[in-house]
Design a protein around this ligand. Sequence first.
Ligand SMILES: C[S@@+](CC[C@H](N)C(=O)[O-])C[C@H]1O[C@@H](n2cnc3c(N)ncnc32)[C@H](O)[C@@H]1O
Length: 242
Amino acid sequence: MGRVLVLGYGVVTYIVVLAVFTYFAGFVADVLVPKAIDDGTVGPWPRALTIDLALIAGFALQHSVMARPWFKRLWTVFVPESAERSTYVLLASLQLALTMWAWRPLPTPIWQLGDGLVAGIVQCLAASGWGLVLVSTFAVDHFHLFGLRQVVDHWLGRPPHEPEFRVRGPYRLVRHPIMLGFLIAFWAAPTMSVGHLVFALAMTLYVLVALELEERDLRAQHGAHYDGYKSQIPRLNPFARR
Ligand SMILES: C[S@@+](CC[C@H](N)C(=O)[O-])C[C@H]1O[C@@H](n2cnc3c(N)ncnc32)[C@H](O)[C@@H]1O
């Protein structure tokens, strides 16, 4: 692919990813989007549950497989190295968009905090979860994570930028602040419906499995350095004993 074409692809992908992520925040929090997690036609619950679980399983499978180094080695035979990360995040975002579009509501409430102070505090907590996700992407390397750095390096004819292992900002408190931010945002809901609960439970399970796989790769990449980091910094709970 030509350099300008790869650059354009990376920039368009970055915009798509930001748009899907922003919609995703609205979808989970049930604010400012036309179709949120509890919206849509309510059908028979076994059908809705099966569809929702299948959507999350598809999302989890795609993310887990495509993020592995062996998969990267395999598909960079077809996808240019410089556009690999952009393609990964684009496909992951499209899968997320599909999950939101096809999601079936199960709106029976489990808890409802109304409009009072407690609901406001929970909403602030959810917003802080999304904030933590965003800040943490910058602490690790936002533009590399979303493939933009790779396409710009390629465009400028620079050698590919090797991702560095970073221990700064939220990565000093927990090893996985991005995932912690997502978990906070998924669970801190002023209204928790059955559908939202299914979503939060299934995503939590997926995150726990994904972190195991990611840590195996990080251990293989960084060896004893990662072991040292792991022994000092808790996985997800900043209050856990070191
Ligand atoms: C979506 S990010 C999630 C990172 C981390 N699990 C979290 O929740 O904050 C996944 C990428 O971040 C990379 N990564 C994880 N921890 C890192 C660190 N401390 N420094 C640099 N890269 C890291 C992984 O290798 C992987 O490519």
